[in-house]
Design a protein. Sequence first.
Length: 146
Amino acid sequence: MKVVIANDHGGFELKRHLLSYFKEKGIEVVNLGTDSNASVDYPIYGEKLAREVLKGGYDFGIAICGTGIGISIAANKFQGIRAALIYDENTAMLAKEHNNANVIALGGRTLTNKRAEELIEAYMNSKFEARHQHRLDLLGKLGEKT
Ligand code: RB5
C-alpha cells in the first residue's frame, strides 16, 4: 500500500504523527506537506496533493489542514479527485463505500491523533460498493462542464 499526504501548518502536527503511524504499519508514505508550524496557504497543498494522486500509483491521498475543509475544497477543484472530509466512523466508511473517495481530508485541529488513526482504519477497511458507480460517472461528467 502507498499513500501520499499533504498538509498546511494546521495539519503539521497530525501529519507528523501519521508519518510514524504508517511507518509502523509498513505502509509507504510520501510527504508533500509543510514541515513546520509557520503559516502557509492550504490551496497550494491541496493542489500538490491532487496533482500527485492523479499521477496514479497511490491507494489514496490524505489532505490535512486545521479543519480539513479548505484543503478538501482545493483538492476537489481537480477533475478526477473525490476528496471527502471524514470526521467519524460513519463518514470514513461511507466515503469509501459510496463515494470511492481517493482523498480523505482530516482536521488537524479537530481530531486527536488516535481518532485520526481510527478514522483512517475505518476508511481502509471499507470497500467501494459498485452499485454507486453511475453516480461517480455523473460526478465525472460534472467536471467536463466546467
Ligand atoms: C489556517 O489557519 C486554517 O484556516 C486552515 O488550516 C484550514 O482550517 C482551512 O480550512
